[in-house]
Design a protein around this ligand. Structure first.
Ligand code: ADP
Ligand code: MG
Length: 260
């Protein structure tokens, strides 16, 4: 390596332009071959670095969001779930609801793609630079209750109010006690008209009183959540069961063709 190349690499490292450092000889060769002008070359290397930084940022934010799995919208089979309107989902992928401080509620029985859609929509938000956090209702309430007992509730609530988008998955899978319902209400109140949430539940709104063990509190929660919101009601079969049936673990449903 020439002393100049060594110096260039050192400088690029100090400036944290790691992608350009990594590809320096290739980029120089390309510039020579294509007879780039000075401005073309500068344009080329800066674009390379900015893109690398953006990719890194997105993958970091994705890790920080703590998704249970990563599934994209492209992986969602809309034909299997005709009750989901692709246009409505694509509109959500523009993130306008975040700018408008609206919530998204996804309802439906187990296995119909609630979590998948919540994750897919959130990944688009991360792609647009929104700080995002995923949690389950049970996980959230456990953490808030612990913080409350340790006199750190304020601090903990911030964890869930700072992200522009908060996903609370699986409301209604486990019963919530009175204190849990109260803590959840506090969180919803703080985010109200400030930060968007995506909520998923296997229970229709009429049953939320039972989930939260208190009709008044459930009404207050729903009042705030639904004031500016979009509801997606998925009515259909479980994708998991379909896959099991396909692999022969379950008998096909009546009228359904047997898959060999
Ligand atoms: P739930 O509604 O219980 O949250 P999930 O969203 O976790 O269900 O879906 C269960 C599994 O089935 C996941 O692996 C998910 O990716 C897959 N799945 C569900 N619906 C679809 C679909 N329409 N197309 C592709 N995969 C799907
Ligand atoms: Mg789920």
């Amino acid at each position: 390596m020439t002393p100049q190349m060594e110096r260039l690499e050192e400088h690029l490292g100090r400036l944290k332009l790691y992608r350009v450092r990594e590809r320096l000889s290739g980029l120089l060769e390309e510039a020579g071959k294509q007879e780039f002008s000075y401005s073309d070359f500068l344009d080329r290397i800066l674009e390379e670095e900015v893109q690398a930084k953006q990719e890194k940022n997105i993958s970091l934010r994705t890790v920080m969001a703590r998704f249970p799995y990563q599934k994209s919208l492209e992986m969602f089979d809309f034909k299997f779930q005709p009750s989901v309107d692709p246009k409505q989902i694509r509109e959500l992928c523009t993130c306008r609801y975040i700018e408008n401080g609206e919530n998204v509620v996804i309802l439906g029985p187990p296995g119909v793609g609630k979590t998948h859609l919540a994750v897919a929509i959130s990944l688009k938000a991360i792609g647009q630079g929104y700080r995002t956090l995923f949690t389950t209702a049970a996980g959230l309430i456990t953490i808030l209750a612990k913080a409350y007992h340790e006199n750190r509730l304020e601090e903990r609530l911030k964890t869930y109010t700072v992200p522009r988008l908060l996903i609370v998955d699986e409301i209604g899978y486990l019963p919530i006690d009175r204190q849990g319902a109260n803590l959840f209400f506090q969180l919803v109140s703080r985010r109200y008209e400030r930060g968007s949430m995506i909520l998923t539940s296997n229970q229709r709104f009429g049953n939320w009183g039972e989930i939260f063990g208190d009709q008044v509190l459930a009404t207050a929660i729903l009042d705030r959540v639904l004031h500016h919101s979009v509801t997606i009601n998925i009515k259909g079969e479980s994708y998991r069961l379909k896959e099991k049936r396909k692999s022969g673990l379950l008998k096909p449903e009546k009228g359904e063709e047997e898959v060999s």
